[in-house]
Design a binder for this molecule. Structure first.
Ligand code: GLN
Length: 483
């Protein structure tokens, strides 16, 4: 049963081949047996899951239907969940129980999805390896010595290992697409504003966006359908109609114009990955797509701009964790200053502290113009580059990551080398565009992802292209040995 996709589960439940309760029990047992190898969950909510599963079965018995009704999922541990610990993988929030559900959590619960628990992640979503979690690193099911990518690494590892069919993630600079690539999944970062951020603990508010991680584009369509939509509680949520993503998967790719940026294939890209990406281009050409070389002239400025803007916003967002309003409080403070200092020094891990320092520095009087303002200007240039490119092409295609998953610990002493792994993903966040990563093959037994980017609100186009590709390739069907 654990091999079933969301789409297959929906059919099985509708045909009464099994109940949501049976499925939920099977998956919970599988998690208990296999997750100790992966560390992909921070909190399991078995009782709540069984309650939700029984309720979904009852709703089906009463004649209700729906692709998510009774479907098991899990949430990255930065979505607030009523009465359930929401830790952000930080000591700071180790004992934080949210007093309300995030919009995404509430919407999926209303659709009848069954939440098995909260998945591991990089602390406060800062990272691309899932090594910075207070609860320990997550392992990649394709090779337990390697990272699964981050920061949604727990969701990715769990889905890749068939512990459950799909999970939520968030993507500030690549944290859905990059772990999807490194674990052989399909992951989609929607347009900024498509999915509500209400109740999602903020890392960098102008970049954060929630989305689905699953094995297929078809499943991403199902999960995204349950997550997307206008939310008056999020001031950056956009009141734009949500199309039926599942209904649009079968459009023809005949004449689809795919832009391939030369800069995505320059120095730094593993040549074996480049070859697999070229193979996927050929595959799409067979389906009728037309390839056009394009240029994104300011792409090389994206990493420096992102690593000013994201830490700047993080330093502001994380100021609320002061041991008074929220979070860990140190023992026996001498005075208020000592309480703030020690609570934050004890509660935040080294990567989070590094980002807060960088961000506070970039925002400080005297440096603001030189760093933050410059970075914002670059952000506009990058957006303009994409706007110009999308005048000529329908989607943009390239690698998701320059390298396959690295060994756990390999980049610990060199944070910048980890930052460079985001080179292909962060441009979409800076511009607010939707992006998808899907399986494209293997290098040394480790998965490789191909990334597709589309104009604003064209998630449906990404899912359509990915689905057609997946009907004609079988990379996404491969599962890691031992799982
Ligand atoms: N790796 C990037 C960072 O560390 C992106 C993380 C994310 O998307 N949450 O900031």
């Amino acid at each position: 049963m654990h091999q079933l996709t969301l789409a297959e589960i929906a059919r099985g439940l509708a045909d009464k081949k099994f109940s949501s309760e049976e499925l939920t029990k099977t998956l919970l047992a599988r998690i208990a047996q296999l997750d100790p190898q992966l560390n992909s969950f921070i909190t399991l909510t078995e009782d709540l899951a069984l309650e939700q599963a029984k309720a979904a079965d009852a709703r089906r018995a009463n004649g209700e239907s729906g692709a998510l009704l009774g479907a098991p999922i899990a949430h990255k541990d930065l979505f607030c969940t009523l009465g359930v610990r929401t830790s952000c993988a930080s000591k700071m929030l180790d004992n934080f129980k949210a007093p309300y559900d995030a919009t995404v959590v509430a919407k999926l619960a209303a659709a009848g999805a069954v939440s098995l628990g909260k998945t591991n992640m990089d602390e406060f979503a800062m990272g691309s390896a899932n090594e910075s979690s207070y609860y320990g690193a997550v392992k990649n099911p394709w090779n337990l010595d390697h990272v699964p990518g981050g920061s949604s690494g727990g969701s990715a590892a769990a889905v890749a290992a068939r512990l459950l069919p799909a999970a939520t993630g968030t993507d500030t600079g690549g944290s859905i697409r990059q772990p999807a690539a490194l674990t052989n999944l399909t992951g989609l970062k929607p347009t900024y504003g498509r999915v509500s951020r209400w109740g999602m603990i903020a890392y960098a508010s102008s970049l954060d966006q929630a989305g689905p991680l699953a094995r297929t584009a078809e499943d991403c369509a199902i999960l995204l359908q349950g997550m997307a939509g206008f939310d008056p509680q999020d001031s950056t949520s956009i009141d734009e109609p949500v199309p039926d993503f599942s209904a649009n998967l079968n459009g023809s790719l005949n004449g689809l114009r795919i832009g391939v940026p030369k800069k995505f294939f320059s120095e730094g890209l593993d040549t074996r990955i480049a070859e697999l990406i070229h193979n996927s281009i050929k595959e799409l050409e067979k389906l009728g797509a037309v390839i056009k070389p394009i240029s994104l002239p300011n792409m090389q400025h994206a990493i420096p701009a992102y690593y000013v803007i994201a830490p700047a916003e993080a330093s502001s967002n994380l100021s609320r964790f002061d041991g008074v309003r929220f979070g860990h409080r140190c023992e026996n403070p001498k005075d208020l200053t000592d309480l703030y200092k020690r609570s934050r020094a004890e509660g935040f891990g080294p990567e989070v502290q590094r980002r807060i320092l960088v961000g506070a520095y970039a925002l400080s009087a005297g440096y603001y113009d030189a760093y933050y303002l410059q970075a914002q200007k670059i952000r506009r240039l990058i957006k303009n580059d994409f706007m110009a490119a999308f005048n000529e092409v329908d989607i943009i295609l390239g690698p998701t990551t320059p390298n396959p998953a690295w060994k756990i610990g390999a980049k610990n002493s060199d944070p910048v080398s980890a930052y460079l792994e985001d080179v292909y993903t962060i441009t979409a966040n800076l511009a607010g565009l939707p992006g998808l990563s899907m399986p494209a093959g293997f290098v040394d037994g480790l998965p490789v992802g191909v990334q597709l980017l589309a104009p604003y609100f064209q998630e449906g186009r990404l899912l359509n292209v990915a689905h057609q590709y997946q009907l004609n390739t079988d990379w996404h069907t491969r599962s890691p040995a031992g799982f």
